[in-house]
Design a protein around this ligand. Structure first.
Ligand SMILES: Cc1ncc(COP(=O)(O)O)c(C=O)c1O
Length: 382
């Protein structure tokens, strides 16, 4: 997808989140709270809906916008990002094999370890910083799912989606991409060969830290997609009409928020790249980042608002920095209008493989100079 096509998506998302009500002319999508839908005198459904654990008119508007944004055949929204992720994992059978990055969103990896132990599903973790390692990890004929995340949270390595898709497909597996940190404002994973793209809509899609939600978009209406929809329906992991409406409201400003966060994050990364208190700044927008060339090709409209600082000195400094800022709020999560700072190893707990000296920043839409001054004063206190 070119930059020009992205610009068209920007207008589409603003317009599509509107909905002109045929009766009143109202321009906000109506919230349809009904759990059930009546039939007529011939006992035929009056509309397209039967029961809201399956489908609902308010989710349907959201799902259409999400499918269009990612250029997919269909989308489904879920009660959380994890509910969407586990619906994909649920399609893997005992005896099959999954490949995923060694460092990735820890909740998804915890779930992979759990199903691998309980259901005799093979699991291989690969090093996202080594492009050859994915090829070594797949087992042709046995691997049925390659799950990747790019940029990789919280070290922000870049995985080449097209290369990963070629490796997965050659082995007979599907490729699913967690693109939470790179929404379709900048990356359309399906265009690069992925079969399914996932977003924790709790993050950039909603953008206001007040809705927990997940989105899956598929390239094809294949057997696996039918199974995913069945899992949502039977496990009941639906979002709820009010949350779907809140997401539609948040998504109207998705492009504005993401572009602002990307511009500020790049400035912050460049400002602190050679800071004496830091060992390294991890951000794919920096020319020094090992994945910068792939990121330039894959993230065509900004490198996003996520970066990490690796601190010099003893490990406790990471925790100290995360509690010395005034504007950056010391809380977990990402992609909201407010900037957040967190000591990732503490948040992930004792099993974390994230270095102790790493502090993760989610850059919001505040004034960038104020954000830089806030980090300066916090670093000066260490
Ligand atoms: C990259 C990534 N993927 C998935 C998730 C899970 O999403 P949720 O918290 O909406 O269940 C998160 C949550 O932090 C995340 O950061």
């Amino acid at each position: 997808m070119s930059r020009d096509e992205i610009r068209k998506m920007e207008s589409m998302v603003v317009q599509a989140c509107h909905y002109i009500d045929a009766v009143t002319g109202g321009i906000s999508t109506p919230i349809q709270p009904s759990t059930t839908f009546a039939r007529d005198r011939e006992y035929q459904p009056i509309g397209d809906y039967s029961y809201s654990r399956s489908e609902n008119p308010t989710y349907a508007v959201l799902e259409q916008v999400c499918a269009q944004l990612d250029g997919g055949a269909q989308a489904r929204c879920f009660a959380s990002g994890m509910a969407a992720i586990t619906a994909v994992f649920e399609t893997v059978n005992s005896g099959e094999h999954i490949v995923a990055p060694r460092i990735m969103y820890h909740g998804a990896q915890d779930w992979l370890r759990r199903i691998s132990e309980k259901r005799a599903i093979g699991l291989s973790l690969f090093d996202a910083s080594d492009p050859e390692d994915l090829q070594r990890a797949v087992q042709p004929g046995k691997t049925t799912l390659v799950w990747i995340e790019t940029p990789v949270n919280p070290t922000w390595e870049i995985i080449d989606i097209a290369a990963a898709a070629a490796i997965a497909h050659q082995a007979g597996a599907m490729l699913a991409v967690d693109s939470t940190v790179a929404p379709p404002v900048t990356t359309r994973a399906l265009d690069h060969g992925a079969d399914i793209v996932f977003h924790s809509a709790t993050k950039y899609y909603n953008g206001h830290s007040d809705v927990v939600a997940g989105i899956l978009v598929t390239r094809e209406l294949d057997q696996r997609w039918q199974e995913i929809k069945l899992v949502r329906q039977l496990a009941g992991a639906v979002l709820g009409p009010f949350e779907a409406w809140l997401l539609l409201r948040g998504m109207r400003t998705l492009f504005l928020r993401f572009e602002r966060a990307s511009t500020s994050a790049l400035k912050i990364a460049q400002h602190f790249e050679n800071h004496s208190g830091l060992e390294k700044v991890l951000y794919p927008g920096l020319q020094s980042h090992p994945g910068h060339q792939i990121a330039k090709r894959q993230m065509i409209n900004g490198f996003g608002g996520m970066l990490s600082f690796m601190l010099k000195g003893d490990a406790s400094k990471g925790r100290q920095l995360a509690s010395r800022t005034n504007l950056f709020l010391p809380a977990t999560s990402l992609g909201g209008v407010e900037s957040l700072i967190e000591h990732r190893a503490t948040v992930e707990g004792p099993h974390s493989v994230v270095p102790e000296n790493l502090v993760r920043l989610s850059v919001g839409i505040e004034n960038c100079d104020d954000l830089i001054a806030d980090l300066e004063q916090a670093l000066n206190q260490l």
